[in-house]
Ligand binder design. Structure first.
Ligand SMILES: [Zn+2]
Length: 352
């Protein structure tokens, strides 16, 4: 589709897989670039770079400071004469904003809800989980081993020790237009789904969209905050915009076909989990039943990266269906949820 103009040859991805596309810089239109990170698994999030006549705008920083520094260095041929003076964060997950501190003296733009979200996960907690997992994976008790192996696989390439949460300096609600000279960027805030405040960044003239994590390609989306209906509405909004090229938050370029695949996923998963909810099955059991069902396999969802994320989505949907008041789960509850994901991941592997 596009040629990689600044390729990085890696034997393996950050999470240890064989790359299915080349990491590096791709030019999508004059002055509009994306930095694609294969294969789109944990922390393998893509970036955008919009260059104007004298300066540039970066879309999303990386999951830690070292990776963000490396990215800036690699972008040097483009940005040395057009320095980055603005950063836009598509949402508040660490893998899209934990390099913000390198731009602390510049404008950082995000939706107001995203700005609040940036404080929800603490880098020091994740660093502790990483350390504990490295030990726990060797304990010969299956739950401990699975938990340790699952987190070690996710976190071993990242280092959060020097991350300082650096929130947005400019916030907006619903919509904001940036005149990037010569590129116009329109930011659309979506209703709560993946997180609160996810933003689509659209370049109307060039018909290019940076979707953030509203789109995962060949990867399993995860519902941290809102409803599947809100997520489907956000995906329909992308189809209405009808971009020629979409840079997803994770995975390779796509067009509206990739968007439709995710609509199908959410319609299927939402419906199947709801049936289990109505029968009184717990959210974790429901996630297991759906993920290990023949229909899930027939649709190929078991092959999407991290299919076990359905556990988190199930828990979030159950909260909405039982009208539970919005609350942030304790660290213990979150770790318990991840332990259930680790268990399902083992079952999925055994079943495939
Ligand atoms: Zn992400």
């Amino acid at each position: 589709m596009y040629k990689c103009i600044l390729p990085i040859k890696n034997q393996l991805t950050r999470t240890g897989a064989v790359p299915i596309f080349t990491e590096g810089l791709y030019e999508l239109a004059e002055g509009i670039y994306s930095w694609m990170v294969p294969n789109g698994s944990w922390g393998e999030s893509n970036h955008g770079l919009i260059t104007g006549r004298t300066e540039s705008i970066l879309i999303d920083t990386a999951w830690d400071v070292t990776l963000t520094k490396t990215l800036i260095k690699r972008l040097d041929p483009i940005i040395n004469s057009k320095p980055i003076n603005k950063v836009i964060n598509t949402h508040g997950d660490g893998d899209h904003c934990w390099g913000n501190q390198l731009f602390a003296d510049r404008e950082i733009i995000a939706s107001r809800a995203t700005q609040q979200n940036m404080y929800h996960v603490k880098p020091e907690i994740l660093q502790k989980v990483k350390k504990v997992s490295e030990v726990v994976q060797h304990i010969p008790i299956s739950r401990c081993k699975h938990f340790g192996q699952w987190f070690t696989h996710m976190l071993s390439s990242y280092d959060y020790r020097d991350v300082t949460i650096t929130p947005a300096t400019t916030t907006f609600e619903r919509e904001m237009t940036i005149q990037g000279d010569p590129h116009e960027l329109v930011l659309y805030e979506m209703q709560s789904s993946h997180t609160d405040g996810d933003t689509l960044i659209y370049l109307p003239k060039e018909e290019i969209l940076f979707s953030g994590d509203i789109l995962f390609i060949q990867g399993t989306p995860v519902l941290w905050a809102g409803t599947a209906d809100n997520w489907i509405d956000a995906l329909k909004r992308i189809i209405e915009l009808n971009p020629k090229t979409i840079v997803p938050g994770h995975g390779y370029f796509t067009d509206t076909e990739g968007v439709k695949a995710l609509i199908d996923y959410w319609q299927f998963v939402d419906h199947e989990l709801k049936q289990q909810f109505l029968k009184g099955v717990t959210s974790v059991e429901a996630a297991n039943l759906v993920a290990l069902s023949a229909d899930f396999k027939k649709r190929g969802y078991h092959k999407w990266d991290a299919a076990e994320r359905i556990v988190t989505s199930s828990m979030t949907l159950y909260k909405h269906w039982s009208n539970a008041p919005p609350s942030k789960p304790s660290t213990y509850k979150q770790l318990k949820m991840f332990s259930e994901q680790a268990e399902l991941s083992v079952r999925l592997k055994a079943a495939s």
